[in-house]
Design a binder for this molecule. Structure first.
Ligand code: NAD
Ligand code: LMR
Length: 329
Protein backbone atom coordinates (compact mmCIF):
# COMPACT_ATOMS: atom_id res chain seq x y z
CA UNK A 1 0.00 0.00 0.00
CA UNK A 2 1.36 3.47 -0.82
CA UNK A 3 0.89 5.90 2.05
CA UNK A 4 0.22 9.57 1.49
CA UNK A 5 3.30 11.56 2.53
CA UNK A 6 3.07 13.52 5.77
CA UNK A 7 3.89 17.23 5.37
CA UNK A 8 6.51 18.28 7.90
CA UNK A 9 7.39 21.98 8.20
CA UNK A 10 10.64 23.00 9.86
CA UNK A 11 11.40 26.64 10.62
CA UNK A 12 14.97 27.83 11.11
CA UNK A 13 15.94 25.06 8.74
CA UNK A 14 19.36 26.52 8.00
CA UNK A 15 20.33 26.73 11.66
CA UNK A 16 22.37 24.27 13.63
CA UNK A 17 19.40 22.33 15.06
CA UNK A 18 17.85 22.27 11.59
CA UNK A 19 20.99 20.65 10.21
CA UNK A 20 20.89 17.95 12.87
CA UNK A 21 17.14 17.43 12.51
CA UNK A 22 16.30 17.29 8.83
CA UNK A 23 18.27 14.17 7.96
CA UNK A 24 16.64 12.20 10.74
CA UNK A 25 13.16 13.32 9.71
CA UNK A 26 13.91 12.30 6.13
CA UNK A 27 15.28 8.92 7.17
CA UNK A 28 12.11 7.99 9.07
CA UNK A 29 13.04 8.61 12.69
CA UNK A 30 10.36 11.25 13.30
CA UNK A 31 7.26 9.36 12.23
CA UNK A 32 8.29 5.80 11.48
CA UNK A 33 10.24 3.71 9.00
CA UNK A 34 7.20 3.25 6.76
CA UNK A 35 5.95 6.85 6.66
CA UNK A 36 6.91 8.97 3.62
CA UNK A 37 7.46 12.67 4.29
CA UNK A 38 7.48 15.94 2.37
CA UNK A 39 9.64 18.65 3.90
CA UNK A 40 8.86 22.36 3.91
CA UNK A 41 11.75 24.50 5.05
CA UNK A 42 11.02 28.01 6.30
CA UNK A 43 13.88 30.50 6.61
CA UNK A 44 14.37 34.23 6.60
CA UNK A 45 15.71 35.55 3.27
CA UNK A 46 19.33 35.53 4.54
CA UNK A 47 18.99 31.83 5.43
CA UNK A 48 17.53 30.62 2.13
CA UNK A 49 20.83 29.89 0.39
CA UNK A 50 22.13 27.77 3.25
CA UNK A 51 18.76 25.96 3.38
CA UNK A 52 19.16 25.20 -0.32
CA UNK A 53 22.57 23.71 0.44
CA UNK A 54 21.05 21.46 3.09
CA UNK A 55 18.33 20.45 0.63
CA UNK A 56 21.02 19.47 -1.89
CA UNK A 57 22.57 17.23 0.75
CA UNK A 58 19.18 15.74 1.58
CA UNK A 59 18.79 14.91 -2.13
CA UNK A 60 22.21 13.33 -2.12
CA UNK A 61 21.18 10.93 0.63
CA UNK A 62 18.53 9.40 -1.69
CA UNK A 63 16.28 8.74 1.31
CA UNK A 64 13.51 6.38 0.15
CA UNK A 65 10.93 8.09 2.40
CA UNK A 66 11.64 11.66 1.28
CA UNK A 67 9.02 12.68 -1.30
CA UNK A 68 9.85 16.36 -1.76
CA UNK A 69 11.51 19.46 -0.33
CA UNK A 70 10.19 22.99 -0.65
CA UNK A 71 12.12 26.01 0.62
CA UNK A 72 10.47 29.33 1.30
CA UNK A 73 10.60 32.52 3.34
CA UNK A 74 6.80 32.80 3.35
CA UNK A 75 5.03 31.24 6.37
CA UNK A 76 1.80 30.97 4.37
CA UNK A 77 3.55 28.66 1.91
CA UNK A 78 5.57 26.80 4.55
CA UNK A 79 2.54 25.80 6.64
CA UNK A 80 0.19 25.06 3.74
CA UNK A 81 -1.20 21.59 4.46
CA UNK A 82 1.31 21.01 7.27
CA UNK A 83 0.60 17.95 9.43
CA UNK A 84 3.60 18.45 11.72
CA UNK A 85 5.34 21.77 12.38
CA UNK A 86 8.65 22.08 14.18
CA UNK A 87 9.16 25.74 15.10
CA UNK A 88 12.90 25.92 15.63
CA UNK A 89 13.84 29.33 14.22
CA UNK A 90 13.86 32.03 16.86
CA UNK A 91 15.57 35.26 17.71
CA UNK A 92 18.56 34.52 19.93
CA UNK A 93 19.31 36.78 22.86
CA UNK A 94 22.09 39.19 21.94
CA UNK A 95 24.25 41.41 24.08
CA UNK A 96 22.37 44.08 25.97
CA UNK A 97 18.99 42.57 25.17
CA UNK A 98 16.49 42.51 28.04
CA UNK A 99 14.03 39.66 28.45
CA UNK A 100 11.20 41.95 27.32
CA UNK A 101 13.10 42.73 24.11
CA UNK A 102 13.57 39.03 23.47
CA UNK A 103 9.88 38.30 24.00
CA UNK A 104 8.93 41.16 21.68
CA UNK A 105 11.35 40.03 18.95
CA UNK A 106 10.01 36.50 19.17
CA UNK A 107 6.45 37.78 19.11
CA UNK A 108 7.31 39.13 15.66
CA UNK A 109 8.15 35.57 14.59
CA UNK A 110 5.67 33.35 16.41
CA UNK A 111 2.53 35.49 15.95
CA UNK A 112 2.65 35.47 12.13
CA UNK A 113 3.62 31.81 12.16
CA UNK A 114 0.61 31.02 14.39
CA UNK A 115 -1.61 33.01 12.02
CA UNK A 116 -0.25 31.10 9.02
CA UNK A 117 -0.83 27.77 10.81
CA UNK A 118 -4.38 28.88 11.59
CA UNK A 119 -5.07 29.76 7.98
CA UNK A 120 -3.27 27.00 6.10
CA UNK A 121 -2.26 23.94 8.16
CA UNK A 122 -3.98 20.57 7.88
CA UNK A 123 -6.76 19.74 10.34
CA UNK A 124 -4.55 17.28 12.21
CA UNK A 125 -1.64 19.74 12.66
CA UNK A 126 0.69 19.05 15.59
CA UNK A 127 3.06 21.86 16.56
CA UNK A 128 6.26 21.59 18.57
CA UNK A 129 8.02 24.81 19.55
CA UNK A 130 11.77 24.44 20.12
CA UNK A 131 12.90 28.05 19.68
CA UNK A 132 13.42 29.83 22.99
CA UNK A 133 11.74 30.97 25.17
CA UNK A 134 9.93 27.83 23.97
CA UNK A 135 6.93 27.73 26.34
CA UNK A 136 5.98 31.36 25.82
CA UNK A 137 6.69 31.28 22.09
CA UNK A 138 4.26 28.35 21.91
CA UNK A 139 1.70 30.43 23.79
CA UNK A 140 2.10 33.32 21.33
CA UNK A 141 1.67 31.01 18.33
CA UNK A 142 -1.31 29.28 19.91
CA UNK A 143 -3.05 32.58 20.70
CA UNK A 144 -2.67 33.56 17.04
CA UNK A 145 -4.35 30.34 15.90
CA UNK A 146 -7.82 30.38 17.49
CA UNK A 147 -9.25 27.83 15.05
CA UNK A 148 -6.67 25.17 15.92
CA UNK A 149 -7.37 23.18 19.10
CA UNK A 150 -5.11 24.68 21.79
CA UNK A 151 -3.66 21.29 22.75
CA UNK A 152 -1.96 20.99 19.36
CA UNK A 153 0.60 23.60 20.47
CA UNK A 154 3.38 22.13 22.57
CA UNK A 155 6.80 23.24 23.79
CA UNK A 156 9.91 21.11 24.08
CA UNK A 157 11.05 19.93 27.49
CA UNK A 158 12.06 16.50 26.20
CA UNK A 159 15.70 17.54 26.12
CA UNK A 160 15.48 18.32 29.85
CA UNK A 161 13.71 14.98 30.36
CA UNK A 162 16.45 13.09 28.52
CA UNK A 163 19.18 14.99 30.38
CA UNK A 164 17.59 14.09 33.71
CA UNK A 165 17.30 10.41 32.77
CA UNK A 166 20.93 10.35 31.77
CA UNK A 167 22.12 11.98 35.01
CA UNK A 168 20.00 9.63 37.11
CA UNK A 169 21.22 6.54 35.24
CA UNK A 170 24.84 7.62 35.77
CA UNK A 171 24.34 8.24 39.48
CA UNK A 172 22.56 4.93 40.12
CA UNK A 173 24.66 2.84 37.74
CA UNK A 174 21.79 1.49 35.66
CA UNK A 175 21.11 1.68 31.93
CA UNK A 176 19.00 4.64 30.77
CA UNK A 177 16.35 2.14 29.68
CA UNK A 178 15.89 1.21 33.35
CA UNK A 179 14.71 4.73 34.28
CA UNK A 180 10.98 5.35 33.96
CA UNK A 181 8.34 7.88 35.03
CA UNK A 182 10.63 10.85 35.34
CA UNK A 183 8.94 14.26 35.12
CA UNK A 184 10.02 17.74 34.10
CA UNK A 185 7.63 20.35 35.48
CA UNK A 186 7.32 24.00 34.45
CA UNK A 187 9.35 26.11 32.09
CA UNK A 188 12.23 25.17 29.75
CA UNK A 189 14.53 27.45 31.69
CA UNK A 190 16.77 27.33 34.73
CA UNK A 191 13.64 27.25 36.95
CA UNK A 192 12.46 23.92 35.54
CA UNK A 193 11.95 21.13 38.06
CA UNK A 194 13.16 17.62 37.25
CA UNK A 195 11.17 15.38 39.64
CA UNK A 196 12.43 11.93 40.65
CA UNK A 197 9.92 11.30 43.46
CA UNK A 198 7.69 9.20 41.18
CA UNK A 199 10.49 7.95 38.97
CA UNK A 200 11.68 4.36 38.96
CA UNK A 201 15.20 3.04 38.81
CA UNK A 202 15.14 -0.60 37.71
CA UNK A 203 11.61 -0.92 39.11
CA UNK A 204 12.33 0.73 42.48
CA UNK A 205 11.36 4.23 43.58
CA UNK A 206 14.18 6.58 42.54
CA UNK A 207 14.01 8.85 45.59
CA UNK A 208 14.26 5.80 47.88
CA UNK A 209 17.14 4.33 45.88
CA UNK A 210 18.99 7.66 46.08
CA UNK A 211 17.96 8.50 49.64
CA UNK A 212 19.89 11.75 49.35
CA UNK A 213 17.86 14.99 49.23
CA UNK A 214 21.02 17.09 49.32
CA UNK A 215 22.26 15.47 46.10
CA UNK A 216 18.89 16.16 44.50
CA UNK A 217 18.83 19.80 45.61
CA UNK A 218 22.50 20.67 45.13
CA UNK A 219 23.66 18.46 42.27
CA UNK A 220 20.96 16.82 40.22
CA UNK A 221 18.45 19.65 39.82
CA UNK A 222 21.01 22.39 39.03
CA UNK A 223 22.94 20.10 36.68
CA UNK A 224 19.83 19.36 34.63
CA UNK A 225 18.39 22.89 34.82
CA UNK A 226 21.66 24.59 33.85
CA UNK A 227 22.79 21.99 31.30
CA UNK A 228 21.89 24.23 28.36
CA UNK A 229 24.21 26.95 29.68
CA UNK A 230 26.95 24.38 30.40
CA UNK A 231 26.79 23.14 26.80
CA UNK A 232 27.04 26.71 25.50
CA UNK A 233 30.06 27.29 27.75
CA UNK A 234 31.78 24.08 26.56
CA UNK A 235 30.85 24.10 22.87
CA UNK A 236 30.69 27.82 22.25
CA UNK A 237 27.23 27.22 20.76
CA UNK A 238 23.96 25.96 22.15
CA UNK A 239 23.02 22.31 22.08
CA UNK A 240 22.08 21.20 18.59
CA UNK A 241 22.24 17.42 18.02
CA UNK A 242 20.75 16.66 21.43
CA UNK A 243 18.06 19.28 20.89
CA UNK A 244 17.25 17.81 17.47
CA UNK A 245 17.18 14.34 19.01
CA UNK A 246 14.74 15.50 21.67
CA UNK A 247 12.50 17.10 19.03
CA UNK A 248 12.44 13.77 17.19
CA UNK A 249 11.61 11.96 20.46
CA UNK A 250 8.83 14.45 21.33
CA UNK A 251 7.01 14.13 18.01
CA UNK A 252 7.65 10.38 17.71
CA UNK A 253 6.08 9.84 21.13
CA UNK A 254 3.18 12.20 20.36
CA UNK A 255 2.40 10.24 17.20
CA UNK A 256 3.27 6.72 18.32
CA UNK A 257 2.51 6.76 22.05
CA UNK A 258 4.27 6.18 25.37
CA UNK A 259 5.27 2.70 26.49
CA UNK A 260 2.92 0.90 28.89
CA UNK A 261 3.63 1.95 32.47
CA UNK A 262 5.85 4.86 31.46
CA UNK A 263 5.28 8.52 30.73
CA UNK A 264 7.16 11.45 29.23
CA UNK A 265 7.39 15.23 29.72
CA UNK A 266 5.84 17.75 27.34
CA UNK A 267 5.18 21.47 27.57
CA UNK A 268 1.41 21.62 27.04
CA UNK A 269 -1.46 24.03 27.76
CA UNK A 270 -2.44 23.54 31.40
CA UNK A 271 -5.98 22.46 32.21
CA UNK A 272 -5.42 23.59 35.80
CA UNK A 273 -3.96 20.23 36.94
CA UNK A 274 -1.52 20.32 39.86
CA UNK A 275 -2.36 23.96 40.55
CA UNK A 276 -0.82 25.22 37.29
CA UNK A 277 -3.01 28.11 36.06
CA UNK A 278 -5.11 27.16 33.08
CA UNK A 279 -3.70 28.09 29.71
CA UNK A 280 -0.04 28.38 30.67
CA UNK A 281 2.14 26.15 28.51
CA UNK A 282 3.92 24.24 31.22
CA UNK A 283 5.71 20.90 31.33
CA UNK A 284 3.75 17.98 32.80
CA UNK A 285 4.05 14.21 32.99
CA UNK A 286 1.96 12.87 30.11
CA UNK A 287 0.96 9.55 28.61
CA UNK A 288 0.17 9.39 24.91
CA UNK A 289 -2.21 7.07 23.07
CA UNK A 290 -3.58 7.24 19.52
CA UNK A 291 -1.92 10.60 18.88
CA UNK A 292 -3.40 12.34 21.95
CA UNK A 293 -1.72 13.08 25.26
CA UNK A 294 -3.15 13.11 28.77
CA UNK A 295 -1.69 14.54 31.95
CA UNK A 296 -0.84 11.82 34.47
CA UNK A 297 -3.24 12.48 37.36
CA UNK A 298 -3.16 11.70 41.04
CA UNK A 299 0.55 12.07 41.78
CA UNK A 300 1.28 13.10 45.31
CA UNK A 301 3.31 16.31 45.36
CA UNK A 302 5.48 16.71 48.47
CA UNK A 303 6.66 20.06 49.87
CA UNK A 304 10.06 19.77 48.19
CA UNK A 305 8.39 19.41 44.78
CA UNK A 306 5.57 21.89 45.42
CA UNK A 307 7.94 24.81 46.06
CA UNK A 308 9.93 24.09 42.91
CA UNK A 309 6.92 23.57 40.64
CA UNK A 310 5.40 26.80 41.96
CA UNK A 311 8.60 28.77 41.29
CA UNK A 312 8.80 27.66 37.67
CA UNK A 313 5.09 28.22 37.09
CA UNK A 314 5.42 31.71 38.57
CA UNK A 315 8.07 32.48 35.95
CA UNK A 316 5.73 31.23 33.21
CA UNK A 317 2.93 33.42 34.54
CA UNK A 318 5.27 36.43 34.48
CA UNK A 319 6.28 35.68 30.90
CA UNK A 320 2.59 35.46 29.97
CA UNK A 321 1.97 38.85 31.60
CA UNK A 322 4.91 40.33 29.70
CA UNK A 323 3.68 39.17 26.30
CA UNK A 324 0.15 40.20 27.19
CA UNK A 325 1.44 43.69 27.94
CA UNK A 326 3.09 43.68 24.51
CA UNK A 327 -0.28 42.90 22.93
CA UNK A 328 0.87 39.49 21.74
CA UNK A 329 -1.94 37.48 23.36
P1 NAD B 1 20.59 28.96 14.97
O1 NAD B 1 20.80 30.40 15.21
O2 NAD B 1 21.70 28.09 14.52
O3 NAD B 1 19.43 28.79 13.87
C1 NAD B 1 18.24 29.51 13.92
C2 NAD B 1 17.77 29.66 12.48
O4 NAD B 1 16.47 30.25 12.54
C3 NAD B 1 18.64 30.58 11.64
O5 NAD B 1 19.02 29.89 10.46
C4 NAD B 1 17.74 31.79 11.35
O6 NAD B 1 17.97 32.32 10.05
C5 NAD B 1 16.36 31.12 11.44
N1 NAD B 1 15.26 32.06 11.69
C6 NAD B 1 15.26 33.20 12.44
N2 NAD B 1 14.06 33.78 12.37
C7 NAD B 1 13.30 33.02 11.57
C8 NAD B 1 11.96 33.12 11.10
N3 NAD B 1 11.17 34.17 11.42
N4 NAD B 1 11.48 32.15 10.29
C9 NAD B 1 12.27 31.12 9.94
N5 NAD B 1 13.54 30.97 10.32
C10 NAD B 1 14.04 31.91 11.14
O7 NAD B 1 19.89 28.39 16.29
P2 NAD B 1 19.76 26.88 16.77
O8 NAD B 1 20.97 26.49 17.52
O9 NAD B 1 19.31 26.05 15.62
O10 NAD B 1 18.60 27.04 17.86
C11 NAD B 1 17.31 27.43 17.49
C12 NAD B 1 16.48 27.75 18.71
O11 NAD B 1 16.29 26.59 19.53
C13 NAD B 1 17.10 28.81 19.65
O12 NAD B 1 16.06 29.66 20.08
C14 NAD B 1 17.60 27.97 20.81
O13 NAD B 1 17.69 28.73 21.99
C15 NAD B 1 16.52 26.94 20.89
N6 NAD B 1 16.82 25.71 21.65
C16 NAD B 1 15.81 25.17 22.38
C17 NAD B 1 16.02 24.01 23.10
C18 NAD B 1 14.91 23.37 23.91
O14 NAD B 1 15.20 22.39 24.61
N7 NAD B 1 13.68 23.83 23.89
C19 NAD B 1 17.29 23.40 23.07
C20 NAD B 1 18.30 23.97 22.30
C21 NAD B 1 18.05 25.14 21.58
C1 LMR C 1 19.28 24.17 25.92
O1 LMR C 1 18.57 23.79 26.85
O2 LMR C 1 20.28 23.53 25.54
C2 LMR C 1 18.98 25.48 25.26
O3 LMR C 1 17.66 25.86 25.51
C3 LMR C 1 19.96 26.54 25.69
C4 LMR C 1 19.77 27.84 24.97
O4 LMR C 1 19.72 28.87 25.66
O5 LMR C 1 19.69 27.85 23.71
Amino acid sequence: MTRTPVNVTVTGAAGQIGYALLFRIASGHLLGADVPVKLRLLEIPQGLKAAEGTAMELDDCAFPLLRGIEITDDPNVAFDGANVALLVGARPRTKGMERGDLLEANGGIFKPQGQAINAHAADDIKVLVVGNPANTNALIAQAAAPDVPAERFTAMTRLDHNRAISQLAKKTGVAVSEIRRLTIWGNHSATQYPDVFHAEVAGKNAAEVLNDEAWLADEFIPTVAKRGAAIIEARGASSAASAANAAIDHVHTWVNGTADGDWTSMGIPSDGSYGVPEGLISSFPVTVKNGAYEIVQGLEINDFSRARIDASVKELAEEREAVRALGLL
